[in-house]
Design a protein around this ligand. Structure first.
Ligand code: NAI
Ligand code: MG
Length: 347
């Protein structure tokens, strides 16, 4: 049995996480879900977005499934739950898979998640503020190893995005990445971040594994998200040394919360990434979703009239229908077979 912590969060976070749990249960009975509470309601009671003892419990789990929480921006001292968890659990690698579900293509963005300008270190005097952009040898090495492993697994290459012509930290980062890739015979193509944005808009599908540091990754991964048709279909993983957290990239969507029309596909595919991480059959979920969107009714964000539960039922039916493996091949390209387990980091 694998023990998976579940934090549903707020708004549609709750709706889509419950959807993902149902789909996971249709694929495997080897997962035990353990629920934890977190977010603003916990903060109101305890002054922190998640209780310290809960974090200690979560550390002992094999993985985390996360929905989305509401982060009010007018409350001083409130720190978002997902940022707290990334820090507490040491989740240094962020992988977003932006799918084109109808044409069998994906954009992979690997973002360093713990250093760069988001180190939280700064120096402020009366007339100036300096934010420190931290790039370390170890931080660069481990994110490089992550991207190299992923590229190997997918028989792909790395597009390394940086601004090494200007930033000293990026010279260091790039050297480390190139060294780690060479060790494994992985091809690295280098791009400067400013001109790369144009390519990411016009010609997004042929960049292998896009690897970059924290701030650039934040921006590029949001930019790339436009190619998925809806923010509601994009999954992500946050990987640490011996635990990983999976979440759809969208927020709690207060505008549609409670209406039963949230698109659950991003959360469901996050469930697929979670299964892959645990060495279970995530590909079954990818396949079922790709078959479903071609024939089934879609939620309003994709121009349809379906409810969340219709999509969940439809995807589970696809999983349960005993499709001839040859037929699978039609909806299936090797591209999406991401039974990706970063083995060198697992327990
Ligand atoms: P959002 O992602 O919640 O919503 C943006 C727009 O996309 C809305 O119109 C929403 O209805 C739509 N949308 C998002 N997910 C959808 C889905 N699955 N199906 C159909 N439509 C979907 O971003 P927004 O509005 O900026 O933030 C709302 C709250 O969520 C804020 O409090 C924000 O801080 C929080 N948030 C939390 C995140 C997390 O917990 N990881 C990530 C992003 C935002
Ligand atoms: Mg962002």
């Amino acid at each position: 049995m694998h023990r998976v912590a579940v934090i549903k969060g707020d708004g549609i976070g709750i709706e889509v996480t419950e959807a993902a749990m149902k789909v996971i249960e249709a694929v495997t009975d080897r997962i035990e879900f353990v629920e934890f509470e977190g977010g603003f309601r916990v903060f109101e009671r305890y002054g922190v977005p998640i209780r310290g003892e809960d974090i200690e419990e979560i550390r002992k789990m094999d993985a985390v499934l996360f929905g989305a929480t509401t982060t009010p921006f007018n409350v001083p001292n409130y720190k978002s739950l997902i940022l707290t968890l990334r820090k507490e659990l040491g989740l240094y690698a962020n992988l977003r898979i932006i799918p084109d579900l109808w044409n069998g293509r994906e954009i992979y963005v690997v973002r360093e998640n713990s250093e760069g300008l988001y180190s939280g270190m700064f120096r402020a005097t009366e007339d100036r503020v300096i934010d420190f952009r931290i790039i370390t040898e170890e931080g660069s090495r481990r994110i490089a190893r992550f991207a190299v492993e992923l590229a190997k697994n997918k028989e792909s290459f790395i597009t390394l995005v940086h601004k090494a012509n200007v930033l000293m930290g990026d010279r260091f980062f790039r050297k480390t990445v190139i060294r780690e890739a060479e060790k494994e015979g992985i091809d690295v193509r280098e791009r400067l971040v400013d001109s790369f944005t144009i390519d990411l808009v016009r010609n997004p599908w042929n960049h292998g594994i896009i690897l970059t540091e924290n701030l650039f990754g934040d921006i590029l991964s949001d930019l790339a998200a436009i190619h998925a048709r809806s923010i509601g279909v994009i999954p992500s993983g946050n990987y640490g040394i011996d635990i990983a957290l999976f979440e759809p990239i969208h927020g709690s969507a207060p505008d549609i919360a409670g209406k039963g029309i949230a698109n659950p596909i991003g959360a469901i595919l996050s469930g697929a990434m979670l299964l892959d991480y645990l060495g279970l059959d995530g590909w079954k979920i990818w396949n079922a979703v790709r078959s479903y969107v071609k024939v089934g009714s879609l939620t309003p964000d994709l121009g349809g009239v379906a409810m969340t539960r219709d999509v969940v039922e439809g995807v589970i039916e696809e999983i349960e229908s005993e499709i001839d493996p040859l037929e699978w091949d039609e909806v299936w390209t090797d591209e999406i077979r991401i039974s990706f387990i970063p083995t060198m980091f697992t327990k």
